[in-house]
Design a protein around this ligand. Structure first.
Ligand SMILES: C[S@@+](CC[C@H](N)C(=O)[O-])C[C@H]1O[C@@H](n2cnc3c(N)ncnc32)[C@H](O)[C@@H]1O
Length: 245
């Protein structure tokens, strides 16, 4: 372990709080001149298709800032399955909390991809504040399109995946073949599927079971590792897959 975990987590939480403070200054400044623009501020920085379902009038993605402590601590449950990796590629980096923890905790040479940062200022600002923007390329993972996994990567990591939501079994087979072809060394695949879609297709789950492990289901994992994990459902546990290809 390179650095003390608590310090790493505290630094990430502070970084998110700095971004939040900037947003509030900007919103207040706007309110002085343009009340309507101020009211729309959070919507404008990260438009969300799920507006009606948001708890407050701001995009769901703001949860990574509002509830940053939980979103940082939740990684305690998963990182032990990723220790010792020299180089890894994360698909859907999002706020970058796992990304930064992997660098600081294990010294992993992290690279990753996500959708265009211009579409989501919250993720863009968080990754900038965490100092990882240059390591995250813009790439939308689509079935059948080459994934730019950098040479020398030992693992592909993807958590709460959105890109797999519409994947058929054949698309999953293509995805795993891409990872197998491009990875080196342990050729590790660490996935936490967004449960929508994935667990509705038993043949996909059954296929991953032929070569992957589902440690949260089988090992009686210590779910007290982070406050959010205590609430993990069987569905969520069944969505966490670790495989050596
Ligand atoms: C639910 S968020 C999870 C973020 C992060 N993995 C985490 O667990 O905190 C899904 C992420 O995947 C990204 N994403 C969605 N579709 C994608 C695609 N087709 N290719 C790459 N990234 C995608 C989103 O922009 C977002 O950052």
């Amino acid at each position: 372990m390179l650095r003390e975990r608590l310090k790493i987590e505290a630094e990430i939480i502070e970084a998110a709080k700095r971004v939040e403070a900037r947003y509030h200054r900007e919103e207040q400044q706007l309110a002085l001149t343009d009340a309507n623009a101020a009211a729309e501020f959070f919507r404008a920085i990260a438009p969300s298709g799920k507006r009606l379902h948001a708890n407050v009038d701001e995009p769901r993605v703001m949860k990574y800032i509002r509830f940053v402590e939980g979103h940082v601590l939740k990684w305690r449950l998963f990182t032990p399955y990723m220790s010792g990796l020299r180089k890894a590629f994360e698909i859907g980096v999002g706020p970058g909390y796992l990304f930064r923890i992997m660098i600081d905790l294990y010294g992993t040479d992290m690279r990753g991809c996500d959708l265009a940062p211009t579409k989501n200022r919250v993720f863009r600002d968080l990754r900038e504040e965490l100092g990882i923007s240059a390591r995250v390329m813009t790439h939308k993972v689509v079935a059948g399109r080459d994934i730019p996994i950098p040479e020398g990567s030992e693992a592909v990591l993807a958590f709460w995946t959105v890109f797999t939501e519409t994947f058929s079994l054949d698309d999953h087979k293509w995805f795993v073949a891409q990872c197998r072809e491009k990875l080196v060394g342990p050729k590790k695949l660490v996935l936490l599927f967004n449960t929508g879609g994935y667990d509705e297709c038993p043949e996909i789950f059954e296929w991953y079971q032929t070569f992957g492990e589902f440690p949260l289901l089988t090992e009686g994992a210590d779910l007290s590792a982070g406050p959010r994990e205590k609430k993990m459902s069987q569905r969520d546990k069944a969505a966490f897959c670790v495989a050596e290809l």
